[in-house]
Design a protein around this ligand. Structure first.
Ligand SMILES: [Zn+2]
Length: 241
């Protein structure tokens, strides 16, 4: 084999391995619960994620009500819960059932307000997620996501990237493992100039794995390859093994 054909062969293998990222979700039972503030288009998000999961051969259940957290048949079989409910409220028993499932090893994944700004008066829920949205100064702004853990499975090979969207300022649980952050310019609130806030994190809650990304105000955010890849890898990372 000549040196040039060897080089082509190597390049081809590299391209193939980049495309064939495996997610190991085959036969996993995934529950997607969506609803809340309509500005975040929960149904669009749920449908997009469900169709991707079905391509991975996962078994998907969709629900528009947190009542499903009380359904023992579903909850006893589920490997991962993806929740997309901005604000809204949850009944105490439903929230407790969700927390118990995660404590016992079910994964929990989500993004933006759908996981990081749900049920504002439920502090135990926030304790499970690891952070709570409080403000996006300036509304839609230009900002950069900086990868802080380049060796983690979820962020490896991903470079820093910029976007135009809501830059989430969050109250954070120090128990999270931070994978990516963003820095605030102070243009809208001068006293937060230079403050760094996590964008992507993982954490444990009992035996359960929790994954969160603050990216995802609108569907077009997931057309940014880095944001979409982080989401998919996070989902795959959080699922019960
Ligand atoms: Zn938003």
């Amino acid at each position: 084999m000549t040196r040039i054909s060897l080089l082509y062969c190597l390049l081809f293998t590299l391209i193939l391995s980049a495309q064939n990222e495996t997610y190991q979700l085959e036969n996993k039972n995934v529950l997607i619960v969506y609803g809340g503030w309509s500005g975040h288009q929960p149904e669009v998000f749920a449908t997009k994620i469900a169709s991707w999961l079905e391509k991975q051969k996962a078994h998907v259940t969709l629900s528009q009500s947190t009542e499903i957290y009380l359904d023992k048949t579903v909850m006893n079989q589920v490997d991962l819960i993806i929740q997309h409910i901005t604000m809204s409220t949850i009944k105490n028993l439903e929230s407790k059932a969700l927390q118990t499932a995660i404590k016992n090893g079910v994964g929990l994944a989500g993004c933006h307000g759908g996981l990081g700004d749900s049920f504002r008066n439920d502090t135990e829920y926030q304790y499970m997620v690891g952070g709570q949205f409080v403000k996006h100064p300036g509304g839609q702004v230009d900002y950069t996501v900086e990868i802080s853990s380049p060796k983690h499975k979820i962020t490896e090979g991903i470079n820093d990237f910029s976007l135009h969207s809501e830059q989430y300022y969050m109250h954070i649980d120090p128990a999270i493992e931070i994978l990516a952050t963003t820095r605030f310019s102070g243009a809208h609130d001068s006293w937060i100039e230079g403050i760094e806030i996590p964008v992507v994190w993982t954490k444990s809650y009992g035996k359960g794995r929790v994954f969160y990304s603050s990216l995802g105000h609108s569907e077009d955010i997931f057309e940014i390859p880095e944001a979409w890849k982080i989401m998919l890898r996070g989902i795959s990372w959080a699922v019960r093994e």
